[in-house]
Design a protein around this ligand. Structure first.
Ligand code: NAD
Length: 290
């Protein structure tokens, strides 16, 4: 019997994940608030649904790819009664949104009380990773739910790392994105220095990427989206600002002293010349004309 997976949120990431699941033989249902996104999903082999309720009623697994923790919370809370009625089958929500650890823990607890599972399973790898099924996924939740969800997870992710109990996946994701946000700024500053001191920034970047200063941002994002002036990675300023803000909020809640993170948070929040809808790689622009 074909397993039915419902994907909620068919944006830059969700559309690629839904397409990957459909290609790999899952009966894949999809919902997005945007009719345009539902149409794109349909063209990619996904069965579009006109309401989330229709999708939830028919699915054994739910994959979320929503902008914020508030969106995740409101979708779950809006369908608790429906989920309560789905007895005899443990539904597993695989939440790939970059969300908040406390929200993941709370939702996991409430779903557990109804006999269902919730994994926080945020991802890295961008729209290309989603469309090729090669994401890195960092997972918080129980071993049992992870075992049930593994076939769906492995269809979407080349690397699936179980970090710990509920919330742990989002903690790891916020750590990762804090570093990526910092690397975007430090790499840009390094190339500004190269330029100011009279060497070719392309040559400086080649050196960094063959030496100890490199990161995925310098190896992938700079050559592909910054040096080329393309600035179209498919990840928005608004979403990265959210992630940096959440990392700072997490640090504050734990009392961890992170002086550089403070500076990174204020630079991402204060870059008012860039709109939330701009691509996040614009933060790496280092030439005066950019
Ligand atoms: P996006 O803005 O492109 O897509 C989000 C989609 O969700 C939109 O199509 C929107 O219409 C839809 N949506 C919003 N509320 C909804 C609701 N209540 N019901 C149904 N659909 C709803 O965002 P994205 O770039 O795909 O990111 C999704 C999540 O993945 C975010 O949490 C982001 O931080 C994270 N993420 C993004 C990337 C990336 O490179 N884009 C990488 C890793 C993680």
């Amino acid at each position: 019997v074909q397993t039915t997976v419902g994907v909620i949120g068919l944006g830059s990431m969700g559309l690629g994940m839904a397409q990957t699941l459909a290609t790999k033989g899952f009966r894949t249902l999809g919902f997005d608030l945007s009719a345009d996104r539902r149409k794109l999903a349909e063209d990619a082999g996904v069965l579009p649904q006109s309401t989330i309720a229709d999708l939830v009623a028919a699915s054994a697994f739910l994959v979320f790819s929503l902008p914020t923790a508030q969106d995740v919370r409101s979708v779950v809370e809006g369908h608790l009664d429906l989920l309560k009625g789905k007895t005899g089958q443990r539904v597993i929500i695989i939440d790939t949104s970059t969300s908040e650890p406390d929200v993941s823990r709370d939702l996991a607890k409430r779903l557990e009380a109804l006999g269902h599972g919730f994994l926080d399973a945020p991802v890295s790898g961008g729209p290309a990773g989603a469309a090729s099924g090669k994401l890195t996924m960092m997972i918080g939740g129980s071993e049992e739910d992870l075992a049930l969800a593994r076939p769906v997870i492995e269809a979407m992710a080349a690397k699936a790392l179980h970090v710990g109990p509920s919330g742990a996946g989002n903690v790891a994701k916020l750590v990762n994105n804090l570093l990526a946000a910092a690397h975007m700024i430090t790499t840009s500053e390094g190339l500004k220095l190269a330029l100011a001191a009279g060497i070719d920034p392309e040559a400086a970047l080649r050196v960094v990427n063959a030496a100890s200063g490199k990161s995925m941002i310098s190896e992938v994002h700079f050559p592909t989206w910054v040096m080329s002036d393309r600035f179209d990675s498919g990840f928005s300023m608004g979403l990265m600002r959210k992630d940096v803000r959440l990392a700072k909020k997490l640090a504050d809640s734990t009392g961890a002293q992170l002086p550089l993170a403070e500076q990174v948070a204020s630079l991402w929040a204060g870059s008012t010349e860039l709109a939330d809808s701009d691509d996040f790689t614009r933060m790496g622009a280092f030439k005066a004309k950019n």
